[in-house]
Ligand binder design. Structure first.
Ligand code: MN
Length: 262
């Protein structure tokens, strides 16, 4: 790495040889938030209150007060989000080393399975199929589960039924493989959580949250445009807000994709 490398990168971004893909949904009061069983506390929706709009409340300026849960819209999960990660060092968004916010990303295409089955599971076998074509997932990579779920909106996004939400996710075994055998940095999805909609029924419940955060790994969820990423070779930029003792935050997730990657 040298000054030259950065100058080349800047030039290639300017020419479009390196594309920057936005993986973020617009933060909007109507964007769905996770709904937990009624005995638990609930995630507040994003709200925006106008303070002034070039009027008597502030003649020269417009601004808003925001209300939101840390886990609203496209957002980052820190290890402190889960009980398994509560005693780890650097486990909140303000304490994570900033170098962890920039890194390679591998995208596992689960679109065919998710199209046929709302409860589609990413398994160790599914990871092996991906690796047979695209190579072994490198240490410290983000791994994204692409389902095209981000193309849904409204009620179809949470997909609530009488027995709770139905959306794709990883099995406990798949998440353990990614952590213990591949030593990934984090796991990301297009759905409302890193776990499947029915993730409460695994052992342990919500295994992606439990195992990722217990191992000091991160989560990203509610992402969009994963169909614009290559299976390997993109560079991810995902930096949460620096909230003191924060367990997560909405953020702008972007990926750098080189020309010729597909
Ligand atoms: Mn979250």
């Amino acid at each position: 790495m040298s000054l030259n490398t950065l100058a080349t990168l800047a030039a290639e971004i300017a020419t479009g040889a390196v594309r920057i893909v936005d993986l973020t949904h617009t933060l909007d009061p109507d964007f769905p938030v996770i709904i937990l069983p009624p005995e638990f506390g609930q995630c507040a929706r994003f709200r925006m209150e106008e303070v002034s709009a070039y009027d008597h409340r502030g003649p020269g300026w417009k601004w808003h007060n925001l209300t939101l849960n840390e886990h609203t819209g496209t957002h980052f999960d820190a290890p402190a989000h889960w009980i398994s990660g509560r005693d780890l060092p650097h486990n909140t968004v303000d304490a994570i080393p900033v170098s962890d916010f920039v890194g390679p990303v591998v995208v596992i295409d689960c679109t065919q399975g998710a199209e046929k089955d709302d409860d589609f599971e990413l398994t160790p076998e599914g990871i092996a199929v991906h690796e047979a074509t695209h190579g072994k997932i490198p240490k410290d990579a983000w791994v994204f589960m692409r389902t095209d779920w981000s193309k849904r909106s409204g009620a179809a996004y949470l997909n609530m039924k009488d027995d709770g939400p139905h959306s794709p996710g990883p099995t406990p075994e798949a998440i353990q493989m990614l952590i213990n055998k591949r030593d990934i940095r984090g796991f990301g999805t297009e759905t409302v959580g890193t776990d499947a909609g029915q993730g409460a029924h695994y052992a342990p419940p919500f295994p992606a949250h439990y195992f990722l955060h217990g191992a000091g790994k991160y989560g990203l969820q509610c992402m969009a445009n994963l169909d614009q990423l290559p299976p390997t070779g993109a560079l991810l930029l995902a930096a949460p807000l620096k909230i003191k003792n924060g367990t997560g935050s909405p953020l702008r997730v972007m990926a750098l994709v080189a020309d010729g990657a597909s």
